[in-house]
Ligand binder design. Sequence first.
Ligand code: ARG
Length: 457
Amino acid sequence: MPPGKKLWGGRFVSATAGSVEAFTASIDVDARLYRHDIAGSIAHARMLARQRIIAPREARRIVAGLEAIRDEIDEGKFRFSAADEDIHMNIERRLIERIGRVGEKLHTARSRNDQVALDLRLYLRDEVKAIIVAVDGLKRELARTAKRHIDVVMPGYTHLQRAQPVLFSHHLLAYADMLERDTERMRDCLKRMDVLPLGSGALAGTTLPIDRRYVARLLGFARVSKNSLDSVADRDFAIEFIAAAAILFVHLSRLAEEWVLWSSTEFGFIELPDRYCTGSSMMPQKKNPGVPELVRGKAGRVFGHLQALLTIMKGLPLAYNRDLQEDKRPLFDTVDTVKASLEVMRELAAGVKVRKQRMTEAAADGFMNATDLADYLVEHGVPFRSAHGIVGRIVRSCVERGVKIEDLPLGELKRFSPKIEKDVYAYLTADAGVGRRRSEGGTAPVNVRRRLKELGV
Ligand code: ARG
């Protein structure tokens, strides 16, 4: 493209090198902002007319032109050009092409610097709202699955060693609480996003009599930014969103990891539906948990995006720098990855088959009632530390003989402590152990039922 043809070409003598055109273009990535870019431009044009900076008739033609361009892009008829760098200039050029010189008035009192800051906020505001709904959807699906299997007892783990029996439903609802915090964090990000940057110009504001509050009202922003330099240089809201997404992915990948483990032959606690598993190209017998594995892997991508954006921003002098164009790939990929992962995890949560028998058997094994026996002794007046010692000796003796605590006859248990009575056997079942853990937040069915009610399932 000859220099005179570029929207910013006036002061240039020679044409941009082909390599530079390709290198600086971002249209491949930022074309997805078109709806938000056009919404922002329409609000800007209406404000310019209201302030008599352009004529109302001119604004009407600009708005109609922009709406027609939106339809062209919707219908796949728009020809994007790398010579016009980005979505902002592609649309502006097409506007001028369609409606003539009046189109040249749209960019009055505006820079691409405040324009792109606006577009990103408009875009992310919509996406974060959709993500909040999706996180909530997964949370509710987990709660529904918990409700269907409310009484299934499984081993609870610490150090991945069997520790104490818990309800499978209680375990799933742990993730509901994590996801609830994730939605809170997302809502919190929305607050910082709710600020209009448009009207900051390239960096210093404008000499023209614009009305930023009117634009904020048109676009549904609660506030107008207070410092023009900060407005065009700030991407905190994007960093904050990716950070919240990274924490969400910590949770998703832990859940995914458990489903991988639990669906293995070694655990056998759950079965993943065929529709959500993948096969092996060589081993005919394989049914692999490819979906949760990929969710676990994609966590790494999102963590990388957070690191990328922090590094892009670090040390940039005020105000706008072209480095900021690199914010889009990590941001957009985070949005896509979060939405896709939430959707498959929700579908998996709905379809997972629970192998109750396996969980119940596992929960009866591994001396997981040892703490219960210690608590029994405490209830009979033995100080906890002594009770711990007594039960430890009982367990050691059982391990040596290859039996469970409840296999020992009463006479033998009494040799370890005379306080033990016949009622101890009813005390030592996994169901009884779970049922007694009624302390607030504990795994007892009453607590889990209350939590499910709170969650509205
Ligand atoms: N495509 C650019 C970006 O995403 C828009 C702003 C360009 N501003 C500039 N002065 N070149 O950051």
